[in-house]
Design a binder for this molecule. Structure first.
Ligand code: ATP
Ligand code: MG
Length: 253
Protein backbone atom coordinates (compact mmCIF):
# COMPACT_ATOMS: atom_id res chain seq x y z
CA UNK A 1 0.00 0.00 0.00
CA UNK A 2 1.46 3.35 -1.09
CA UNK A 3 0.14 6.41 0.77
CA UNK A 4 1.00 9.99 -0.22
CA UNK A 5 0.67 12.87 2.21
CA UNK A 6 -0.29 15.88 0.08
CA UNK A 7 -1.44 19.49 0.20
CA UNK A 8 0.03 22.25 -1.95
CA UNK A 9 -0.41 24.57 1.00
CA UNK A 10 2.79 24.91 3.04
CA UNK A 11 3.14 24.18 6.75
CA UNK A 12 0.04 22.02 7.25
CA UNK A 13 1.99 19.10 8.85
CA UNK A 14 2.61 16.95 5.77
CA UNK A 15 6.15 16.10 6.91
CA UNK A 16 5.18 15.65 10.57
CA UNK A 17 2.36 13.33 9.54
CA UNK A 18 4.58 11.39 7.10
CA UNK A 19 7.30 10.77 9.68
CA UNK A 20 5.01 9.81 12.54
CA UNK A 21 2.68 7.69 10.42
CA UNK A 22 5.68 5.83 8.99
CA UNK A 23 7.31 5.46 12.42
CA UNK A 24 4.08 4.37 14.10
CA UNK A 25 3.36 1.73 11.46
CA UNK A 26 6.95 0.48 11.83
CA UNK A 27 6.43 0.22 15.60
CA UNK A 28 3.31 -1.87 14.90
CA UNK A 29 5.61 -4.34 13.15
CA UNK A 30 4.96 -3.38 9.54
CA UNK A 31 7.86 -2.98 7.12
CA UNK A 32 7.78 0.68 6.12
CA UNK A 33 9.59 2.82 3.55
CA UNK A 34 9.37 6.60 3.84
CA UNK A 35 10.10 8.50 0.62
CA UNK A 36 10.91 12.22 0.74
CA UNK A 37 10.12 13.95 -2.58
CA UNK A 38 10.31 17.48 -1.15
CA UNK A 39 13.42 19.47 -2.24
CA UNK A 40 13.21 21.23 1.15
CA UNK A 41 14.41 17.87 2.59
CA UNK A 42 12.64 18.35 5.93
CA UNK A 43 11.94 14.65 6.45
CA UNK A 44 15.41 13.75 5.16
CA UNK A 45 17.01 16.02 7.75
CA UNK A 46 15.27 14.15 10.54
CA UNK A 47 17.06 10.96 9.51
CA UNK A 48 20.30 12.32 8.07
CA UNK A 49 22.08 15.03 9.98
CA UNK A 50 22.40 18.10 7.72
CA UNK A 51 26.14 18.22 8.46
CA UNK A 52 26.53 15.03 6.50
CA UNK A 53 26.53 15.91 2.82
CA UNK A 54 24.13 13.66 0.93
CA UNK A 55 25.94 12.43 -2.13
CA UNK A 56 24.10 13.17 -5.35
CA UNK A 57 24.14 9.51 -6.34
CA UNK A 58 22.08 8.65 -3.35
CA UNK A 59 19.00 10.83 -3.51
CA UNK A 60 15.63 10.59 -5.17
CA UNK A 61 16.87 13.05 -7.80
CA UNK A 62 18.95 10.25 -9.24
CA UNK A 63 15.96 7.92 -9.26
CA UNK A 64 13.66 10.39 -11.04
CA UNK A 65 16.14 11.96 -13.47
CA UNK A 66 18.72 9.21 -14.04
CA UNK A 67 16.49 6.15 -13.60
CA UNK A 68 18.66 4.81 -10.75
CA UNK A 69 16.95 1.90 -8.99
CA UNK A 70 15.25 2.90 -5.75
CA UNK A 71 17.21 0.38 -3.61
CA UNK A 72 20.43 2.23 -4.53
CA UNK A 73 19.23 5.28 -2.56
CA UNK A 74 17.28 3.60 0.26
CA UNK A 75 18.90 3.86 3.70
CA UNK A 76 18.15 2.15 6.93
CA UNK A 77 17.28 4.29 9.95
CA UNK A 78 17.98 3.93 13.66
CA UNK A 79 14.46 2.49 13.93
CA UNK A 80 13.46 -1.13 13.35
CA UNK A 81 11.33 -1.77 10.25
CA UNK A 82 11.76 1.81 8.99
CA UNK A 83 13.80 2.65 5.89
CA UNK A 84 13.81 5.85 3.93
CA UNK A 85 14.70 7.31 0.54
CA UNK A 86 16.21 10.80 0.94
CA UNK A 87 15.45 13.91 -1.04
CA UNK A 88 18.05 16.41 -2.24
CA UNK A 89 17.96 20.14 -2.92
CA UNK A 90 18.63 19.28 -6.56
CA UNK A 91 15.02 18.11 -6.75
CA UNK A 92 14.04 21.80 -6.75
CA UNK A 93 14.77 21.97 -10.49
CA UNK A 94 13.22 18.58 -11.22
CA UNK A 95 9.75 19.91 -12.00
CA UNK A 96 11.29 22.02 -14.79
CA UNK A 97 13.52 19.21 -16.01
CA UNK A 98 10.56 16.81 -16.04
CA UNK A 99 8.45 19.33 -17.97
CA UNK A 100 10.98 19.08 -20.80
CA UNK A 101 11.26 15.31 -20.61
CA UNK A 102 9.18 13.42 -23.14
CA UNK A 103 9.22 9.89 -21.80
CA UNK A 104 7.11 8.71 -18.94
CA UNK A 105 7.50 11.91 -16.96
CA UNK A 106 4.51 11.38 -14.66
CA UNK A 107 5.20 7.73 -13.89
CA UNK A 108 8.90 7.69 -13.03
CA UNK A 109 8.37 7.33 -9.29
CA UNK A 110 5.73 4.67 -9.87
CA UNK A 111 8.11 2.70 -12.06
CA UNK A 112 10.79 2.85 -9.37
CA UNK A 113 8.34 1.88 -6.60
CA UNK A 114 6.78 -0.98 -8.58
CA UNK A 115 10.10 -2.83 -8.51
CA UNK A 116 10.35 -2.83 -4.71
CA UNK A 117 6.77 -2.57 -3.51
CA UNK A 118 6.53 -6.22 -2.46
CA UNK A 119 9.35 -5.69 0.07
CA UNK A 120 7.28 -3.26 2.18
CA UNK A 121 3.88 -3.31 3.84
CA UNK A 122 3.56 0.47 3.64
CA UNK A 123 5.32 3.09 1.53
CA UNK A 124 4.67 6.62 2.78
CA UNK A 125 5.51 9.58 0.51
CA UNK A 126 6.08 13.07 1.92
CA UNK A 127 5.39 15.71 -0.72
CA UNK A 128 6.42 19.32 -1.43
CA UNK A 129 3.90 22.15 -1.03
CA UNK A 130 3.14 22.32 -4.76
CA UNK A 131 1.13 20.59 -7.45
CA UNK A 132 4.01 20.24 -9.91
CA UNK A 133 5.22 17.15 -11.72
CA UNK A 134 6.91 15.73 -8.62
CA UNK A 135 3.57 15.68 -6.83
CA UNK A 136 1.91 14.26 -9.95
CA UNK A 137 4.52 11.49 -9.85
CA UNK A 138 3.45 10.76 -6.28
CA UNK A 139 -0.24 10.73 -7.28
CA UNK A 140 0.50 8.25 -10.04
CA UNK A 141 2.57 6.05 -7.70
CA UNK A 142 0.05 6.04 -4.83
CA UNK A 143 -2.93 3.92 -3.89
CA UNK A 144 -4.24 6.37 -1.33
CA UNK A 145 -3.86 10.03 -0.32
CA UNK A 146 -4.00 11.70 3.07
CA UNK A 147 -4.61 15.46 3.02
CA UNK A 148 -3.60 17.28 6.19
CA UNK A 149 -5.47 20.57 6.67
CA UNK A 150 -4.29 23.10 9.23
CA UNK A 151 -7.05 24.46 11.44
CA UNK A 152 -4.77 27.32 12.52
CA UNK A 153 -6.18 29.60 9.81
CA UNK A 154 -8.79 29.49 7.09
CA UNK A 155 -6.95 27.08 4.86
CA UNK A 156 -9.79 25.76 2.76
CA UNK A 157 -8.91 27.83 -0.28
CA UNK A 158 -6.80 25.67 -2.52
CA UNK A 159 -8.56 22.45 -1.57
CA UNK A 160 -10.78 22.62 -4.66
CA UNK A 161 -7.68 22.95 -6.83
CA UNK A 162 -6.20 19.94 -5.06
CA UNK A 163 -9.41 17.98 -5.69
CA UNK A 164 -9.38 19.01 -9.37
CA UNK A 165 -5.82 17.74 -9.71
CA UNK A 166 -6.72 14.43 -8.06
CA UNK A 167 -9.73 14.13 -10.40
CA UNK A 168 -7.47 14.89 -13.39
CA UNK A 169 -5.09 12.09 -12.36
CA UNK A 170 -8.04 9.67 -12.03
CA UNK A 171 -9.86 10.70 -15.21
CA UNK A 172 -6.88 10.92 -17.57
CA UNK A 173 -6.14 7.37 -16.49
CA UNK A 174 -2.74 8.38 -15.14
CA UNK A 175 -3.96 6.52 -12.05
CA UNK A 176 -7.69 5.65 -12.13
CA UNK A 177 -7.38 3.74 -8.83
CA UNK A 178 -6.15 6.71 -6.79
CA UNK A 179 -8.37 7.28 -3.76
CA UNK A 180 -8.55 9.73 -0.89
CA UNK A 181 -7.95 7.80 2.33
CA UNK A 182 -8.80 10.75 4.50
CA UNK A 183 -8.52 14.40 5.43
CA UNK A 184 -6.64 15.12 8.65
CA UNK A 185 -7.25 18.22 10.76
CA UNK A 186 -3.96 19.43 12.24
CA UNK A 187 -2.79 22.22 14.60
CA UNK A 188 -6.08 22.01 16.48
CA UNK A 189 -6.57 24.02 19.67
CA UNK A 190 -9.47 25.61 21.52
CA UNK A 191 -9.54 28.87 19.59
CA UNK A 192 -12.67 29.85 17.71
CA UNK A 193 -10.78 29.81 14.40
CA UNK A 194 -9.56 26.25 14.95
CA UNK A 195 -13.03 24.99 15.88
CA UNK A 196 -14.67 26.84 12.97
CA UNK A 197 -12.19 25.52 10.44
CA UNK A 198 -12.55 21.95 11.70
CA UNK A 199 -16.35 22.28 11.46
CA UNK A 200 -16.05 23.57 7.88
CA UNK A 201 -13.68 20.76 6.90
CA UNK A 202 -16.10 18.18 8.35
CA UNK A 203 -19.06 19.76 6.55
CA UNK A 204 -17.14 19.85 3.27
CA UNK A 205 -15.56 16.36 3.34
CA UNK A 206 -18.02 14.49 5.61
CA UNK A 207 -16.95 10.97 6.55
CA UNK A 208 -13.68 11.35 4.69
CA UNK A 209 -12.35 13.39 7.61
CA UNK A 210 -10.50 11.28 10.18
CA UNK A 211 -12.17 11.30 13.60
CA UNK A 212 -8.71 11.89 15.02
CA UNK A 213 -7.57 15.49 15.09
CA UNK A 214 -3.91 16.35 15.66
CA UNK A 215 -3.59 18.98 18.42
CA UNK A 216 -1.04 21.74 18.49
CA UNK A 217 1.74 20.09 20.48
CA UNK A 218 5.25 21.39 20.90
CA UNK A 219 6.66 17.87 21.41
CA UNK A 220 5.99 17.18 17.71
CA UNK A 221 8.27 20.05 16.79
CA UNK A 222 10.92 19.02 19.33
CA UNK A 223 11.02 15.48 17.94
CA UNK A 224 12.08 16.82 14.52
CA UNK A 225 14.94 18.84 15.94
CA UNK A 226 16.10 15.80 17.94
CA UNK A 227 16.18 13.74 14.72
CA UNK A 228 13.50 11.35 15.89
CA UNK A 229 9.77 10.64 15.81
CA UNK A 230 7.17 11.50 18.42
CA UNK A 231 6.89 7.97 19.88
CA UNK A 232 10.61 7.88 20.69
CA UNK A 233 10.73 11.50 21.84
CA UNK A 234 7.65 11.69 24.02
CA UNK A 235 5.41 8.64 23.92
CA UNK A 236 2.81 10.17 26.26
CA UNK A 237 2.55 13.58 24.62
CA UNK A 238 -0.70 14.75 23.08
CA UNK A 239 0.98 14.45 19.69
CA UNK A 240 1.92 10.80 20.25
CA UNK A 241 -1.58 9.92 21.50
CA UNK A 242 -3.15 11.59 18.46
CA UNK A 243 -0.85 10.01 15.88
CA UNK A 244 -1.36 6.60 17.52
CA UNK A 245 -5.13 7.08 17.14
CA UNK A 246 -4.67 8.16 13.52
CA UNK A 247 -2.71 4.99 12.77
CA UNK A 248 -5.55 2.88 14.20
CA UNK A 249 -7.96 4.66 11.86
CA UNK A 250 -5.64 4.26 8.89
CA UNK A 251 -5.33 0.52 9.55
CA UNK A 252 -9.11 0.24 9.91
CA UNK A 253 -9.74 2.01 6.60
N1 ATP B 1 0.59 19.46 15.73
C1 ATP B 1 1.65 20.29 15.75
N2 ATP B 1 1.88 21.09 16.81
C2 ATP B 1 2.93 21.93 16.83
N3 ATP B 1 3.82 22.05 15.84
C3 ATP B 1 3.63 21.28 14.76
C4 ATP B 1 2.57 20.36 14.65
N4 ATP B 1 2.64 19.74 13.45
C5 ATP B 1 3.72 20.24 12.84
N5 ATP B 1 4.33 21.17 13.61
C6 ATP B 1 5.49 22.01 13.27
O1 ATP B 1 5.03 22.95 12.32
C7 ATP B 1 5.99 23.12 11.28
C8 ATP B 1 5.37 22.74 9.94
O2 ATP B 1 5.04 21.36 9.96
P1 ATP B 1 5.48 20.42 8.76
O3 ATP B 1 6.90 20.66 8.37
O4 ATP B 1 5.11 19.03 9.13
O5 ATP B 1 4.51 20.96 7.63
P2 ATP B 1 4.58 20.69 6.05
O6 ATP B 1 3.17 20.68 5.55
O7 ATP B 1 5.40 19.49 5.78
O8 ATP B 1 5.35 21.98 5.55
P3 ATP B 1 5.91 22.21 4.05
O9 ATP B 1 4.71 22.53 3.22
O10 ATP B 1 6.86 23.36 4.18
O11 ATP B 1 6.58 20.93 3.63
C9 ATP B 1 7.18 22.27 11.67
O12 ATP B 1 8.10 23.07 12.36
C10 ATP B 1 6.59 21.22 12.60
O13 ATP B 1 7.53 20.74 13.54
MG1 MG C 1 7.05 19.23 4.54
Amino acid sequence: MVISIVNQKGGVAKTTTSINLAAGLALEGYKVLLIDTDPQCNATQVFIHPDIEISLEKSLHHVIMKFAPLPSVIRSTAFTNLSFAPSHIRLSSTDLELAQALDNRSARLKRAIDEIQSRYDYIIIDNPPSLGLLTINSFVASDRLIIPVSTAYFALTGLDQLQETIAMVQQTRLNPDLKLLGVLCTFADHTIVSRDVEKQVRTFFGDLVFKTTIPKNVALEEAHSRHTHIFAHSARSGGAVAYRALIKEVLAR
